[in-house]
Ligand binder design. Structure first.
Ligand code: ADP
Ligand code: MG
Length: 253
């Protein structure tokens, strides 16, 4: 390629905002020449690289915006360690079909059984599928709602939440809330209902939700919305943390 062609090409690729093509075109040209690939094949490969890189970057942006407390995916989840969990259901959910249908997921069971891990894995998968996701522990969401209301910024916050495809509410039931907190949480769930998917993790059976919400009426309405189109993942068994600790102790002994 002449210097002038090269210079112009670099300029055009920059103008068109095609940084991956800019970085890769020379290498790919050598490979394609080696393989005697057609011009169309060369162009197709270039375009493909650009698309893949763009998707990777936007998924990374969505993961950052989701506010996951730690990075956990399904790759590190041992289903054999928790036989109570319906593996087929989890795998089906990871395909993201429930997101298209705006269905909810309830992950219920005792502590340490991998509920948060699964919620994170679902969130991570959704980011990769182009979805807007936010992760909150229920208590931090309620605190933020109360704070925003105090600052008269609640409307803006609710609008941000309304743009989500998936809202993850972790640890319902660990901390009870005030009446105002329960009403705000209910408001968020009502607005999301049938517009977005919600994943909730909880250690409480439905009968106990009213104690946390502090109001039978609100609890009934909340359960009603969350369970209208719902997939329930039950995680009951020995705590993974406990099992892990026992293993380590045994190794030491
Ligand atoms: P829960 O939310 O049900 O209390 P977590 O998801 O927080 O439990 O799990 C506790 C810890 O154990 C986390 O570090 C999690 O990654 C790990 N863990 C739990 N279950 C599994 C599992 N089946 N495979 C791999 N790691 C697990
Ligand atoms: Mg948890």
């Amino acid at each position: 390629m002449s210097d002038k062609t090269d210079l112009l090409l670099r300029h055009y690729l920059k103008t068109l905002k095609l940084p991956t093509m800019l970085r890769e075109y020379e290498k790919a040209a050598i490979v394609c020449a080696d393989e005697k690939a057609s011009y169309a094949t060369y162009l197709q490969r270039m375009a493909e690289l650009e698309v893949i890189e763009r998707e990777r970057k936007s998924a990374a942006r969505r993961v950052k915006a989701a506010g996951f407390p730690v990075a956990k995916t399904i790759d590190t989840f041992e289903f054999d360690a928790q036989p109570s969990i319906n593996r087929v259901l989890v795998q089906e959910l990871l395909t993201g079909e429930y997101l298209a249908k705006r269905e909810c997921v309830l992950c219920m069971g005792n502590s340490g059984t991998g509920k948060t891990h699964l919620a994170l894995a679902l969130g991570f998968a959704a980011c990769g599928q182009g979805k807007r996701v936010r992760f909150f522990t229920v208590s931090s969401l309620v605190t933020q709602l109360l704070e925003r209301r105090e600052e008269r910024m609640l409307g803006r916050f609710l609008k941000q939440l309304a743009r989500l495809d998936l809202l993850i509410l972790d640890e319902l039931g660990y901390v009870p809330f005030t009446k105002a907190g329960a009403e705000l949480l209910f408001d968020v769930v009502s607005r999301a209902y049938e517009h977005a998917s919600i994943v909730v993790t909880t250690n409480l059976e439905f009968e106990k939700w009213a104690e946390v919400m502090g109001c039978e009426r609100l609890t009934g309405a909340l359960i009603d919305r969350l369970t209208h189109h719902v997939h329930i993942i039950e995680a009951n068994g020995e705590s993974y943390r406990l099992r892990d600790a026992k293993k380590r102790l045994r190794r030491r002994a």
